[in-house]
Design a binder for this molecule. Structure first.
Ligand code: AMP
Length: 309
């Protein structure tokens, strides 16, 4: 069975949306990625870190989904990474209210021996130095290395490290505002071209409720986001997207551009569930039938026949 190695933050999140507020729920890039990828029944393992304050029940929940958490370090006396954000009324934009790196600040990742030859490596949002540290421990070059990141790591203090890790990956997934910030280009087409020059052969630009774009040389593919009646909490949608994308590619073992298009659709499909409840709740309780039904909706939404004269 193909193996997916997942690296990313594990967090306590405190979220405010126009619909309510949560206090310290499970969050972070890694749980969202892993829960999403688990829909493809693959072997996956998370490399991350938490503090002693982290409830072990959360790790059990992930293990029950066949996600290996043995490489999640638990730091004695340490405090888990904390992030807090408030969404604006349109739910498309948010302000970060607080970021407390805590145990993430001194994290030295250790890739388990049985994942040093992972087929696909998904570097979720985390300090770029940690992402680099993971790449350096791999004994076999993965078929595909995918990087997700955010504006926090584009500040001067981290930008050099971020550019270094970007130069080493095959695919980058990034949201529209971050693509603009990283490239200095307003047009997303120009931004993608500029980012391709930094290293990745494939650039995925996520546009929230406006879908996602996949760029590779001269080719562009667009997938809409499913128009949802209700969006409750967009936190983790980007990570869930990354988990769906990497999970599908791991399952199918095919990294052609054509198959990446399908991966983008699966990614968008899974992300559409994530936003329906606070935090990871919806992704923890997702079943195969729901996923299949929504894929069908996706097909109906986007398929059309047109005659060219
Ligand atoms: P997304 O909504 O996909 O951008 O991901 C939100 C998740 O990213 C939250 O669960 C946060 O815990 C996590 N997060 C926020 N800031 C950071 C950061 N600087 N490093 C790593 N993870 C973060």
């Amino acid at each position: 069975m193909s193996k997916l190695l997942i690296v990313g933050s594990i967090a306590f999140d405190a979220i405010e949306t126009p619909f309510g507020k949560t206090d310290k729920i499970l969050g972070g890039a890694a749980p969202y990625i892993a829960l999403s990828a688990s829909n493809f029944n693959i072997s996956s393992s998370i490399v991350s870190v938490v503090g002693e304050d982290f409830p072990l029940d959360y790790l059990s929940m992930l293990q029950e989904k066949n996600i290996d958490t043995s490489a999640v370090e638990i730091v004695k006396g340490g405090k888990t990474f904390f992030w807090s954000g408030r969404y604006h009324n349109d739910l498309n934009s948010r302000d970060t209210l607080d970021t407390q790196l805590n145990v993430l600040a001194d994290f030295n990742p250790v890739v388990p021996d049985n994942y040093k030859d992972a087929d696909i490596v998904m570097l979720g949002n985390l300090n770029p130095l940690v992402q680099l540290g993971v790449i350096e421990q791999l004994t076999t070059k993965p078929k595909l290395t995918i990087l997700d990141t955010m504006n926090f790591w584009m500040e001067d203090a981290f930008l050099g490290d971020l550019l270094k890790v970007i130069s080493k990956v095959d695919v980058i997934t990034i949201n529209d505002e971050e693509a603009r910030q990283l490239s200095g280009e307003y047009s997303l087409v120009k931004a993608a071209r500029a980012i391709e020059k930094m290293g990745p052969k494939y650039v995925v630009i996520k546009k929230g409720e406006h879908g996602a774009l996949l760029f590779h040389k001269e080719q562009i593919f667009f997938a809409p986001a499913l128009p949802l009646e209700e969006v409750f909490d967009p936190t983790g949608a980007g990570d869930t997207f990354a988990g769906g994308f990497s999970g599908y590619l791991t399952k199918t073992d095919d990294i052609s551009f054509e198959n990446m298009k399908k991966a983008i659709i699966h990614a968008s499909n899974l992300a559409s569930f994530c936003v329906e409840k606070f935090g990871t709740e919806r992704m923890e309780n997702l079943n195969r039938d729901e996923v299949q039904r929504r894929l069908q909706q996706f097909r109906e939404l986007t398929q059309f026949e047109i005659e060219l004269s």
